[in-house]
Each structure stands twice: as structure tokens, then as C-alpha cells.
Design a protein. Structure first.
Lengths: 76, 76
């Protein structure tokens, strides 16, 4: 089975990487880009029967820094 | 309007970051993690009326390195 985890910086946390992308898009002539936030996506190939709770535990322990990042889990 | 772009390394391209995550999960006692691929997710806050073609152009020009990365665009 597959799971996909999205990890994004929480709202209010400065995202210099996203800000750099926004700036670069503007410099390339893409007007109308009002904001950019960049995060991580982690695709996990898991043994069958792994529970969503286990994936959540992985996020809490390793994949996300829950002080500044939020995560969401999708089981596919 | 919002758009979300996923950028992943193409299959067959070595992903050392994903491999490091897989190894760390194993060390933390999460058995049954067979593979991990790590990519980027970019959330764009766009002016209304921006077309999907324009977002695709952003991906081709800046957001993805199409030699080794594939991307997908979701308009929300």
C-alpha cells in the first residue's frame, strides 16, 4: 500500500524558500502570483496492513517538525 | 485562486533524501517501510483567471527540473 504525507510550514511561519520562488516567478514575467508556500511531499511504500495511526506516528516522530510544520496523511 | 504543484523525482532517479528517510524510519522501529520518495509541493496563490497553461509554464521554466523531475498541477 501507498501513503502520501504532505508537510507544510504552519501559517504565520516565515517561508523564505516560498518567498524566493515567488520573487523568481515575478522576475520571469509571471505576474499575478500573490503568494507561494513550499512544502514537502513524502510518498511511502508500506507493507499491507499498516494503519493510518502508524503513519501519523511516523509524522510525529520524524517526518514533520510539529513546532513549525503541519502535516496531512493520505492513504492510497 | 489556488494551485498546487507536486514535483517528484522521476522513477529511476536516485533519491538519497528519500533513502535517508526510509533508513531513519527503520531505525525508529517502523518496520514495513519498503520505499520512500521525497518531493516538493508548491502552493501558489494566484490572481483569478490564471490559466492552468500558465502554471504549467511556471513548472517548465522554474519549478521543476524536467530532466530528472516530473510535476503535476492541481487547480483548486
Amino acid at each position: 500500500m501507498k501513503a502520501r504525507v504532505h508537510v507544510m510550514l504552519k501559517n504565520g511561519v516565515l517561508d523564505p524558500q516560498g518567498e524566493a520562488v515567488r520573487h523568481a516567478l515575478g522576475a520571469l514575467g509571471f505576474d499575478g502570483v500573490k503568494g507561494v508556500r513550499q512544502g514537502k511531499v513524502i510518498e511511502l511504500d508500506l507493507a499491507d496492513g499498516t494503519s493510518e495511526a502508524e503513519v501519523t506516528a511516523m509524522c510525529e516522530k520524524l517526518l514533520a517538525n510539529t513546532v513549525i510544520e503541519s502535516y496531512s496523511v493520505e492513504i492510497a
